[in-house]
Design a protein around this ligand. Sequence first.
Ligand code: ASP
Length: 317
Amino acid sequence: MRHLLSTRDLGHDEAVAILDVAEDMADVADREVRKLPTLRGKTVVNLFFEDSTRTRISFEAAAKRLSADVINFSAKGSSVSKGESLKDTAQTLAAIGADAVVIRHGASGAPAVLADSGWIDAAIVNAGDGTHEHPTQALLDAFTIRRRIHGSAARAKALDGVSVTIVGDILHSRVARSNVWLLSSLGAAVTLVAPATLLPIGVTEWPASVGYSLDAALAKRPDVVMMLRIQSERMHDAFFPNAHEYSREWGLGDERLRTLAADSIVMHPGPMNRGLEISSGAADSPRSTVLEQVANGVSVRMAVLYLVLSGMKEGQS
Ligand code: ASP
């Protein structure tokens, strides 16, 4: 794998293979010394043009566990126009000798621009670009679902027949987009639920069914309920009457939580708006995989960094 820009072109077998490498990486986390020498001498740059807590820390931990050198570059606040600033920054990183660039950018497509530009020869990993994609989030979500369903026998398995309902601000969610492609490639049946105003144009072409009522979707007893954050920072209009109305219709509150099937799980990529899309009761319940998702994120990102950087080595030798 040369870059990871999107889950859209990951086939079933490739996706399963990445999750299997992540299982190997997770074994390292259980050891006394949680470090592998695999990427010694490699330089990984975390280039973040947008805010992040989990993703940036997670990539940093992943690179360090593989013994890479890590440079954190927070580009927020740059006043240079986007194309130029990306070019200048990329050339600087190339001059420093970056082997991999993990990029988060507010513009959809920025990681692909970097990968195709010729400004830098590093492996590019998309850590979230605008409303487009967030592939490592989807991989860690798939990893978490697979582990919850198959336990210690998860290796080599896909998600055939698993029903996943993704709820909320689909319009602005790169997490939803990456998950729809990945989970459907892995055989899961995905349903999207949102007010009509928070569904993108063209959503009917996605490999997912679409509904407007959360209660109707939950009545079908999905295996997984994935709640999305209301992304106020990307909303320049009123998309629903008010917060109270939103959480009454589309929030996962304590009452709805009680109606879920006994072994179903509740996911959220974070950061959570507690009391809006998810209640504290739901977020902190034993069904919630929120912290498991964070922990699994490190193993999945170790796998991705290993695969893009070792692939490069093969190409060069
Ligand atoms: N942290 C995720 C993202 O960066 C989800 C979110 O922000 O709501 O896309």
